[in-house]
Design a protein. Sequence first.
Length: 347
Amino acid sequence: METEEISLTKNLKIIKGELLNSKIQLSRKFKEQVGSMNWELLTNHYIFYFLGEASELIELRSSDRNTTMKTISGKLGDFFYQYIDGLWFVKDNCCFCNQYFLELIADQQVSITYKDIVTSTATDQFSWFSFNEEELAWHNMLFFKMKMPQVVAEAHHQPHFDELFSGEGGIIASPTNKVVYNHPRLYRALFFLNMVRKNGSAITKITFFMMLYECLFTSDDRSIAKRIRERAATLLGGNGKAKKAFKELIFRAYDIRSRNVHGDAIDLVPEKVREIVSALDQFTRELLLKLIESDEIKIFTSPESAENKAAFENYFEGLVRQAAKVDFLEEMPGLLKPCVISAVIPR
């Protein structure tokens, strides 16, 4: 990619690292603090760059305006990671994200904070990945669609358990003396996706994938595995043979999940497990994109309620019913064989 700068928002850009010298006013002091190796790494790659008022970032994350520069920088770092992590929607990849916060006041070092985040490919591989400008443009559109920083980015982090637990370790009681956890389905599903990508165990990846599927395709504990297979295959689409193959994949994956969760033995060759994980990664990407771009996305981004649960069930029941009609019509030509009637008319 030869472009020197790509704008994500008015003040948030991806730039060539070699432009850092002209962008960072305290470049000499910054170089000294990050070290020559880190500086060389930064200047030889594309980097995220933000210059502007903190209110723009705070507005994206709906944060309290009365906050410290360190908190703002931390949120900016999280936003950068969420953008990088979201590239998974373009294609499977891995990333090593190192957030480095350095606060300088009057040329005096005040604090340094490091934060490393590592994700691997579906098969737990680490290698270089490249994205062209068309792929980045598509990703930008998807990331900011429907206020995606709120929908996707928040889902990539664990729930704020500090809101649930007191300083003494006890659970904070709500007015009804209950702990309320009612995040939207997409929030929960993307949280499990994040667990998939951060985990190095293929069996654990499969387990988290199935938790993601439970979030997206079930609303209670009735016939969970069966409904996941039927609804996910219907949403994915394809001919009867493709749907059957996908259902068989989910059957195997859910069996692994159940054995893993319940402590049973799992006896599979590593190659087969990697095949299952790779297939799940590909199909999950397709399914999530179909949901995100569908007209019914609100069902998956709204907190759960009796009304939303009914809308969720009606959506999938209608989808499965319509798909069944289509499948039936596709099979009809094979059932109704054309016949030719010949007759001999006597003279």
